[in-house]
Design a protein around this ligand. Structure first.
Ligand code: FAD
Ligand code: NAD
Length: 367
Protein backbone atom coordinates (compact mmCIF):
# COMPACT_ATOMS: atom_id res chain seq x y z
CA UNK A 1 0.00 0.00 0.00
CA UNK A 2 2.82 2.40 0.92
CA UNK A 3 4.62 1.43 -2.27
CA UNK A 4 1.42 2.29 -4.21
CA UNK A 5 1.22 5.76 -2.66
CA UNK A 6 4.93 6.18 -3.37
CA UNK A 7 4.37 5.11 -6.99
CA UNK A 8 1.51 7.65 -7.33
CA UNK A 9 4.01 10.35 -6.32
CA UNK A 10 6.07 9.28 -9.32
CA UNK A 11 8.66 7.33 -7.34
CA UNK A 12 9.66 3.70 -7.68
CA UNK A 13 10.34 1.61 -4.58
CA UNK A 14 13.89 1.43 -3.29
CA UNK A 15 15.70 -1.90 -3.17
CA UNK A 16 18.98 -3.28 -1.87
CA UNK A 17 21.63 -5.83 -2.66
CA UNK A 18 24.90 -6.90 -1.03
CA UNK A 19 28.23 -8.37 -2.05
CA UNK A 20 31.46 -9.29 -0.29
CA UNK A 21 35.22 -9.56 -0.61
CA UNK A 22 37.48 -11.46 1.81
CA UNK A 23 37.59 -8.51 4.18
CA UNK A 24 34.43 -6.49 3.54
CA UNK A 25 30.69 -6.61 2.98
CA UNK A 26 29.08 -3.86 0.91
CA UNK A 27 25.37 -3.13 1.19
CA UNK A 28 24.12 -1.23 -1.86
CA UNK A 29 20.83 0.65 -1.67
CA UNK A 30 19.18 1.86 -4.86
CA UNK A 31 16.87 4.73 -3.90
CA UNK A 32 16.09 5.65 -7.53
CA UNK A 33 15.96 9.29 -6.37
CA UNK A 34 18.22 12.19 -7.34
CA UNK A 35 18.09 14.36 -4.19
CA UNK A 36 19.83 11.86 -1.90
CA UNK A 37 22.93 12.97 0.04
CA UNK A 38 24.83 11.97 3.20
CA UNK A 39 22.15 13.70 5.36
CA UNK A 40 19.62 11.19 3.98
CA UNK A 41 21.44 8.16 5.42
CA UNK A 42 21.30 7.15 9.11
CA UNK A 43 23.16 3.99 10.07
CA UNK A 44 23.45 2.35 13.49
CA UNK A 45 25.20 -0.82 14.51
CA UNK A 46 24.27 -1.61 18.12
CA UNK A 47 24.89 -5.01 19.68
CA UNK A 48 23.73 -7.57 17.09
CA UNK A 49 21.48 -5.22 15.19
CA UNK A 50 22.45 -3.37 12.01
CA UNK A 51 19.96 -0.69 10.97
CA UNK A 52 20.07 1.75 8.05
CA UNK A 53 17.30 4.28 7.57
CA UNK A 54 17.23 6.12 4.25
CA UNK A 55 15.15 9.30 4.23
CA UNK A 56 13.33 9.64 0.91
CA UNK A 57 10.83 12.52 0.77
CA UNK A 58 8.29 11.82 3.57
CA UNK A 59 9.22 8.12 3.76
CA UNK A 60 11.91 5.96 5.31
CA UNK A 61 13.35 2.89 3.62
CA UNK A 62 14.75 0.57 6.27
CA UNK A 63 17.39 -2.14 6.22
CA UNK A 64 17.36 -3.87 9.59
CA UNK A 65 19.10 -7.18 10.19
CA UNK A 66 20.89 -9.24 12.78
CA UNK A 67 24.14 -9.69 10.86
CA UNK A 68 25.17 -13.30 10.27
CA UNK A 69 28.82 -12.57 11.28
CA UNK A 70 30.68 -10.03 13.40
CA UNK A 71 31.95 -6.75 11.93
CA UNK A 72 34.37 -4.03 13.07
CA UNK A 73 32.91 -0.97 14.83
CA UNK A 74 33.52 1.56 12.08
CA UNK A 75 32.14 1.49 8.52
CA UNK A 76 31.98 3.89 5.61
CA UNK A 77 29.02 5.42 3.81
CA UNK A 78 29.17 6.72 0.23
CA UNK A 79 26.44 8.31 -1.86
CA UNK A 80 26.47 8.48 -5.65
CA UNK A 81 24.16 11.49 -5.83
CA UNK A 82 23.24 11.58 -9.51
CA UNK A 83 21.79 8.05 -9.41
CA UNK A 84 20.74 7.95 -5.75
CA UNK A 85 22.88 4.92 -4.96
CA UNK A 86 24.15 4.40 -1.40
CA UNK A 87 27.02 2.10 -0.46
CA UNK A 88 27.68 1.06 3.12
CA UNK A 89 30.99 -0.79 3.45
CA UNK A 90 31.35 -2.98 6.55
CA UNK A 91 34.66 -4.51 7.63
CA UNK A 92 34.51 -8.21 8.46
CA UNK A 93 36.03 -9.26 11.79
CA UNK A 94 37.04 -12.60 10.25
CA UNK A 95 37.79 -13.49 6.66
CA UNK A 96 35.02 -16.11 6.39
CA UNK A 97 32.62 -16.10 3.46
CA UNK A 98 29.08 -15.00 4.43
CA UNK A 99 26.22 -17.14 3.08
CA UNK A 100 23.65 -14.46 3.88
CA UNK A 101 23.63 -10.91 5.17
CA UNK A 102 21.66 -11.77 8.27
CA UNK A 103 18.34 -12.44 9.88
CA UNK A 104 15.63 -9.82 9.11
CA UNK A 105 14.48 -7.67 12.03
CA UNK A 106 11.57 -5.22 12.44
CA UNK A 107 10.63 -3.33 9.25
CA UNK A 108 13.53 -4.81 7.26
CA UNK A 109 13.40 -3.97 3.54
CA UNK A 110 10.28 -1.86 3.89
CA UNK A 111 9.19 1.65 3.02
CA UNK A 112 7.31 3.40 5.83
CA UNK A 113 5.77 6.89 6.08
CA UNK A 114 8.21 8.88 8.24
CA UNK A 115 5.54 9.78 10.79
CA UNK A 116 5.14 6.03 11.53
CA UNK A 117 8.81 5.08 11.98
CA UNK A 118 9.06 6.20 15.64
CA UNK A 119 12.15 7.82 17.09
CA UNK A 120 15.32 5.76 17.01
CA UNK A 121 17.97 6.59 19.64
CA UNK A 122 21.69 5.92 20.14
CA UNK A 123 23.74 6.69 23.27
CA UNK A 124 26.15 9.61 22.91
CA UNK A 125 28.94 10.50 25.29
CA UNK A 126 29.19 13.96 26.88
CA UNK A 127 32.58 15.31 25.77
CA UNK A 128 32.51 18.85 27.11
CA UNK A 129 30.30 21.46 28.73
CA UNK A 130 31.18 25.14 28.66
CA UNK A 131 29.37 28.17 30.09
CA UNK A 132 28.17 30.66 27.44
CA UNK A 133 25.93 33.03 29.46
CA UNK A 134 24.88 32.95 33.14
CA UNK A 135 22.29 30.23 32.33
CA UNK A 136 23.19 28.83 28.89
CA UNK A 137 25.85 26.20 28.16
CA UNK A 138 27.46 24.71 25.07
CA UNK A 139 27.30 20.90 25.29
CA UNK A 140 29.37 18.69 23.01
CA UNK A 141 28.20 15.09 22.50
CA UNK A 142 30.04 12.40 20.56
CA UNK A 143 28.19 9.90 18.39
CA UNK A 144 29.29 6.28 18.76
CA UNK A 145 31.80 5.15 16.09
CA UNK A 146 29.16 2.68 14.88
CA UNK A 147 26.69 5.45 13.93
CA UNK A 148 26.43 7.58 10.80
CA UNK A 149 24.16 10.56 11.44
CA UNK A 150 24.22 14.17 10.22
CA UNK A 151 21.62 16.63 11.44
CA UNK A 152 20.48 18.77 8.49
CA UNK A 153 20.44 22.58 8.74
CA UNK A 154 17.24 23.79 10.46
CA UNK A 155 16.34 20.42 12.01
CA UNK A 156 16.29 19.29 15.64
CA UNK A 157 16.77 16.02 17.54
CA UNK A 158 15.33 14.70 20.80
CA UNK A 159 17.53 14.12 23.83
CA UNK A 160 16.46 11.41 26.25
CA UNK A 161 17.46 10.80 29.89
CA UNK A 162 16.01 8.45 32.47
CA UNK A 163 15.06 10.59 35.46
CA UNK A 164 13.97 8.76 38.63
CA UNK A 165 12.98 5.73 36.59
CA UNK A 166 11.05 7.62 33.89
CA UNK A 167 12.30 8.38 30.38
CA UNK A 168 12.12 12.12 29.68
CA UNK A 169 12.50 13.41 26.14
CA UNK A 170 12.93 17.05 24.98
CA UNK A 171 13.77 18.58 21.56
CA UNK A 172 17.05 20.50 20.98
CA UNK A 173 18.57 22.08 17.87
CA UNK A 174 22.22 21.28 17.13
CA UNK A 175 24.49 24.26 16.44
CA UNK A 176 28.01 24.65 15.01
CA UNK A 177 30.79 24.84 17.62
CA UNK A 178 31.15 28.54 16.77
CA UNK A 179 29.96 31.18 14.29
CA UNK A 180 33.50 31.98 13.27
CA UNK A 181 35.30 28.67 12.73
CA UNK A 182 36.95 28.46 9.34
CA UNK A 183 36.58 24.70 9.00
CA UNK A 184 33.05 24.05 7.84
CA UNK A 185 31.09 21.09 9.08
CA UNK A 186 31.41 18.25 6.56
CA UNK A 187 35.15 17.95 7.19
CA UNK A 188 34.87 18.42 10.93
CA UNK A 189 36.33 15.15 12.20
CA UNK A 190 33.87 12.96 10.32
CA UNK A 191 30.88 14.70 11.91
CA UNK A 192 31.24 12.70 15.10
CA UNK A 193 30.54 15.67 17.36
CA UNK A 194 27.16 17.34 17.89
CA UNK A 195 26.99 20.71 19.70
CA UNK A 196 24.01 22.14 21.56
CA UNK A 197 23.37 25.52 23.20
CA UNK A 198 21.05 24.76 26.09
CA UNK A 199 19.51 27.08 28.68
CA UNK A 200 19.31 25.53 32.14
CA UNK A 201 16.01 26.27 33.91
CA UNK A 202 16.57 25.66 37.66
CA UNK A 203 12.91 24.62 38.09
CA UNK A 204 12.79 22.68 34.81
CA UNK A 205 12.28 18.95 34.47
CA UNK A 206 15.01 18.04 31.99
CA UNK A 207 17.73 20.70 31.87
CA UNK A 208 18.87 20.50 35.56
CA UNK A 209 19.43 16.73 35.05
CA UNK A 210 21.35 17.35 31.84
CA UNK A 211 23.46 19.90 33.68
CA UNK A 212 24.25 17.31 36.39
CA UNK A 213 25.87 14.91 33.89
CA UNK A 214 29.61 14.36 34.23
CA UNK A 215 32.01 14.33 31.26
CA UNK A 216 31.92 10.76 29.91
CA UNK A 217 28.25 10.16 30.86
CA UNK A 218 25.72 9.20 28.18
CA UNK A 219 22.62 10.89 26.71
CA UNK A 220 20.40 9.27 24.06
CA UNK A 221 20.05 11.24 20.81
CA UNK A 222 17.23 10.62 18.29
CA UNK A 223 17.09 10.84 14.51
CA UNK A 224 16.60 14.39 13.17
CA UNK A 225 13.16 15.91 12.59
CA UNK A 226 11.84 19.18 11.26
CA UNK A 227 10.27 20.76 8.22
CA UNK A 228 13.03 23.18 7.17
CA UNK A 229 14.48 22.41 3.74
CA UNK A 230 17.74 23.72 2.29
CA UNK A 231 15.85 24.29 -0.99
CA UNK A 232 14.19 27.29 0.73
CA UNK A 233 17.55 29.06 0.20
CA UNK A 234 17.47 28.65 -3.59
CA UNK A 235 18.14 31.96 -5.38
CA UNK A 236 17.69 33.73 -2.03
CA UNK A 237 18.76 37.38 -1.85
CA UNK A 238 17.55 38.65 1.54
CA UNK A 239 17.53 36.49 4.67
CA UNK A 240 15.89 37.94 7.81
CA UNK A 241 16.25 36.08 11.09
CA UNK A 242 14.04 36.85 14.12
CA UNK A 243 15.22 35.01 17.22
CA UNK A 244 14.24 35.25 20.90
CA UNK A 245 16.31 33.67 23.69
CA UNK A 246 17.37 30.11 22.80
CA UNK A 247 15.25 30.50 19.66
CA UNK A 248 18.64 31.63 18.34
CA UNK A 249 19.79 27.98 18.03
CA UNK A 250 18.33 27.13 14.57
CA UNK A 251 19.77 30.42 13.26
CA UNK A 252 23.37 29.32 13.95
CA UNK A 253 23.63 26.68 11.21
CA UNK A 254 21.34 28.71 8.95
CA UNK A 255 23.73 31.67 9.19
CA UNK A 256 26.82 29.55 8.60
CA UNK A 257 25.22 27.70 5.69
CA UNK A 258 23.70 30.73 3.96
CA UNK A 259 26.86 32.87 4.19
CA UNK A 260 28.99 30.03 2.82
CA UNK A 261 26.83 28.32 0.21
CA UNK A 262 24.32 30.74 -1.31
CA UNK A 263 25.96 32.83 -4.06
CA UNK A 264 22.79 34.89 -4.71
CA UNK A 265 22.67 36.10 -1.09
CA UNK A 266 23.01 39.87 -0.65
CA UNK A 267 21.92 40.57 2.91
CA UNK A 268 21.45 38.59 6.13
CA UNK A 269 19.96 40.41 9.12
CA UNK A 270 19.43 39.01 12.60
CA UNK A 271 17.17 40.73 15.13
CA UNK A 272 17.91 39.04 18.43
CA UNK A 273 15.40 39.54 21.31
CA UNK A 274 16.50 38.95 24.90
CA UNK A 275 15.51 40.08 28.35
CA UNK A 276 18.86 41.63 29.36
CA UNK A 277 22.37 42.09 27.94
CA UNK A 278 23.58 39.18 30.10
CA UNK A 279 21.18 36.83 28.29
CA UNK A 280 22.62 37.44 24.80
CA UNK A 281 24.18 34.22 23.49
CA UNK A 282 27.45 34.60 21.52
CA UNK A 283 27.18 38.41 21.39
CA UNK A 284 30.84 39.04 20.64
CA UNK A 285 30.92 36.30 17.98
CA UNK A 286 27.88 37.89 16.30
CA UNK A 287 29.52 41.31 16.38
CA UNK A 288 32.78 39.89 14.98
CA UNK A 289 30.89 38.10 12.21
CA UNK A 290 29.08 41.34 11.29
CA UNK A 291 32.46 43.09 11.14
CA UNK A 292 34.03 40.31 9.06
CA UNK A 293 31.17 39.76 6.59
CA UNK A 294 29.59 42.94 5.25
CA UNK A 295 26.47 41.05 4.12
CA UNK A 296 25.59 40.33 7.78
CA UNK A 297 24.06 42.72 10.33
CA UNK A 298 22.87 42.04 13.87
CA UNK A 299 20.58 44.08 16.12
CA UNK A 300 19.88 43.32 19.76
CA UNK A 301 16.50 44.16 21.31
CA UNK A 302 16.03 43.90 25.07
CA UNK A 303 12.71 43.45 26.87
CA UNK A 304 14.08 44.22 30.37
CA UNK A 305 17.13 46.47 29.82
CA UNK A 306 19.01 48.34 32.53
CA UNK A 307 19.06 52.15 32.39
CA UNK A 308 22.51 52.04 30.74
CA UNK A 309 21.21 50.28 27.60
CA UNK A 310 20.97 52.70 24.70
CA UNK A 311 20.01 50.18 22.03
CA UNK A 312 16.56 49.01 20.94
CA UNK A 313 14.12 47.72 23.52
CA UNK A 314 10.62 46.23 23.86
CA UNK A 315 8.85 43.17 22.46
CA UNK A 316 8.47 42.31 18.78
CA UNK A 317 6.34 45.11 17.26
CA UNK A 318 5.25 46.67 13.92
CA UNK A 319 7.66 49.58 14.47
CA UNK A 320 10.70 47.32 15.05
CA UNK A 321 9.83 45.15 12.04
CA UNK A 322 9.20 47.97 9.58
CA UNK A 323 12.68 49.31 10.15
CA UNK A 324 14.29 45.86 10.15
CA UNK A 325 12.68 44.28 7.07
CA UNK A 326 14.30 46.49 4.42
CA UNK A 327 14.88 44.47 1.25
CA UNK A 328 17.96 44.95 -0.89
CA UNK A 329 15.59 45.58 -3.85
CA UNK A 330 11.79 45.72 -4.35
CA UNK A 331 11.47 42.29 -5.92
CA UNK A 332 14.29 40.49 -4.10
CA UNK A 333 13.70 36.87 -3.09
CA UNK A 334 13.17 36.89 0.69
CA UNK A 335 13.09 34.31 3.48
CA UNK A 336 12.21 35.21 7.07
CA UNK A 337 13.01 32.66 9.79
CA UNK A 338 11.45 33.07 13.23
CA UNK A 339 12.00 31.15 16.47
CA UNK A 340 11.48 31.74 20.18
CA UNK A 341 8.83 31.39 22.92
CA UNK A 342 5.46 30.45 21.35
CA UNK A 343 3.77 33.87 21.99
CA UNK A 344 6.78 35.59 20.36
CA UNK A 345 6.65 33.35 17.28
CA UNK A 346 2.85 33.62 16.93
CA UNK A 347 2.90 37.41 17.30
CA UNK A 348 5.80 37.63 14.82
CA UNK A 349 3.99 35.55 12.19
CA UNK A 350 0.85 37.73 12.56
CA UNK A 351 2.90 40.92 12.08
CA UNK A 352 4.72 39.48 9.06
CA UNK A 353 1.45 38.39 7.43
CA UNK A 354 0.07 41.92 8.08
CA UNK A 355 3.05 43.22 6.12
CA UNK A 356 2.01 40.97 3.20
CA UNK A 357 4.82 38.45 3.37
CA UNK A 358 3.55 35.15 1.93
CA UNK A 359 3.50 31.83 3.83
CA UNK A 360 6.36 30.61 1.63
CA UNK A 361 8.47 33.59 2.65
CA UNK A 362 8.09 32.82 6.38
CA UNK A 363 9.56 29.79 8.15
CA UNK A 364 8.71 29.35 11.82
CA UNK A 365 10.49 26.79 13.99
CA UNK A 366 8.24 24.80 16.30
CA UNK A 367 8.18 21.24 17.67
P1 FAD B 1 10.45 22.65 31.81
O1 FAD B 1 10.13 21.65 32.85
O2 FAD B 1 9.75 22.53 30.51
O3 FAD B 1 10.25 24.10 32.40
C1 FAD B 1 10.76 25.29 31.73
C2 FAD B 1 10.46 26.52 32.59
O4 FAD B 1 9.05 26.72 32.64
C3 FAD B 1 10.95 26.42 34.03
O5 FAD B 1 11.37 27.67 34.47
C4 FAD B 1 9.71 25.98 34.78
O6 FAD B 1 9.74 26.40 36.11
C5 FAD B 1 8.62 26.69 33.98
N1 FAD B 1 7.36 25.94 33.99
C6 FAD B 1 7.19 24.63 33.71
N2 FAD B 1 5.90 24.32 33.78
C7 FAD B 1 5.25 25.46 34.12
C8 FAD B 1 3.89 25.79 34.34
N3 FAD B 1 2.92 24.88 34.24
N4 FAD B 1 3.60 27.09 34.65
C9 FAD B 1 4.55 28.01 34.75
N5 FAD B 1 5.85 27.75 34.57
C10 FAD B 1 6.18 26.49 34.24
N6 FAD B 1 16.08 24.81 24.28
C11 FAD B 1 17.40 25.10 24.32
O7 FAD B 1 17.90 25.55 25.38
N7 FAD B 1 18.21 24.89 23.23
C12 FAD B 1 17.70 24.40 22.05
O8 FAD B 1 18.46 24.20 21.09
C13 FAD B 1 16.31 24.09 21.98
N8 FAD B 1 15.77 23.59 20.83
C14 FAD B 1 14.42 23.34 20.79
C15 FAD B 1 13.86 22.85 19.61
C16 FAD B 1 12.50 22.64 19.52
C17 FAD B 1 11.91 22.10 18.25
C18 FAD B 1 11.67 22.95 20.63
C19 FAD B 1 10.19 22.75 20.54
C20 FAD B 1 12.23 23.38 21.81
C21 FAD B 1 13.60 23.58 21.92
N9 FAD B 1 14.18 24.00 23.11
C22 FAD B 1 15.52 24.32 23.14
C23 FAD B 1 13.42 24.01 24.39
C24 FAD B 1 13.57 22.65 25.10
O9 FAD B 1 12.98 21.63 24.33
C25 FAD B 1 12.91 22.61 26.50
O10 FAD B 1 11.60 23.05 26.38
C26 FAD B 1 13.68 23.43 27.52
O11 FAD B 1 15.02 22.98 27.60
C27 FAD B 1 13.04 23.36 28.91
O12 FAD B 1 13.05 22.04 29.36
P2 FAD B 1 12.98 21.65 30.91
O13 FAD B 1 12.36 20.29 30.99
O14 FAD B 1 14.29 21.85 31.58
O15 FAD B 1 12.00 22.72 31.55
P1 NAD C 1 13.18 34.30 27.34
O1 NAD C 1 12.09 34.04 28.33
O2 NAD C 1 14.54 34.65 27.85
O3 NAD C 1 12.64 35.43 26.36
C1 NAD C 1 13.42 35.93 25.29
C2 NAD C 1 12.64 37.02 24.58
O4 NAD C 1 11.45 36.49 24.00
C3 NAD C 1 12.14 38.14 25.48
O5 NAD C 1 13.14 39.08 25.75
C4 NAD C 1 11.03 38.73 24.63
O6 NAD C 1 11.51 39.61 23.66
C5 NAD C 1 10.47 37.50 23.92
N1 NAD C 1 9.26 37.08 24.57
C6 NAD C 1 9.14 36.29 25.66
N2 NAD C 1 7.85 36.13 25.99
C7 NAD C 1 7.13 36.84 25.08
C8 NAD C 1 5.76 37.07 24.89
N3 NAD C 1 4.85 36.56 25.73
N4 NAD C 1 5.37 37.84 23.85
C9 NAD C 1 6.28 38.39 23.00
N5 NAD C 1 7.60 38.19 23.16
C10 NAD C 1 8.03 37.44 24.18
O7 NAD C 1 13.31 33.06 26.33
P2 NAD C 1 13.95 31.63 26.59
O8 NAD C 1 13.75 31.22 28.02
O9 NAD C 1 15.33 31.60 26.01
O10 NAD C 1 13.00 30.70 25.74
C11 NAD C 1 13.21 30.41 24.40
C12 NAD C 1 12.02 29.66 23.81
O11 NAD C 1 12.35 29.28 22.48
C13 NAD C 1 11.60 28.41 24.57
O12 NAD C 1 10.20 28.44 24.70
C14 NAD C 1 12.00 27.27 23.60
O13 NAD C 1 11.11 26.18 23.69
C15 NAD C 1 11.89 27.95 22.26
N6 NAD C 1 12.76 27.31 21.25
C16 NAD C 1 12.12 26.72 20.21
C17 NAD C 1 12.86 26.10 19.23
C18 NAD C 1 12.13 25.45 18.07
O14 NAD C 1 10.94 25.38 18.07
N7 NAD C 1 12.79 24.93 17.06
C19 NAD C 1 14.26 26.10 19.29
C20 NAD C 1 14.88 26.73 20.37
C21 NAD C 1 14.12 27.34 21.36
Amino acid sequence: QVADTFAKEGCSSPSYDWFQTDSSVTIVIYTKQKDINLDSVIVDHQDDSFRAEILIKDYSYIIHVELSHEIEEDFSVRVVENVGKIEIVLKKKENASWKRLGHPLENHNSLIPRKDTGLYYRKCRLISKEGVTHDTKLFCLMLPPSTHLQVPVGQHVYLKLTITGTEIVKPYTPVSDSLLSEIKEPVLLNNKYIYFLIKIYPAGLFTPELDQLQIGDFVSVSNPEGSFKISQFQELEDLFLLAAGTGFTPMVKILNYALTNIPSLRKVKLMFFNKTEDDIIWRSQLEKLAFKDKRFDVEFVLSAPTSEWNGKWGHISPALLSEFLKRSSDKSKVLICICGPTPFTEQGIRLLRDRNFSKEEIHSFTA
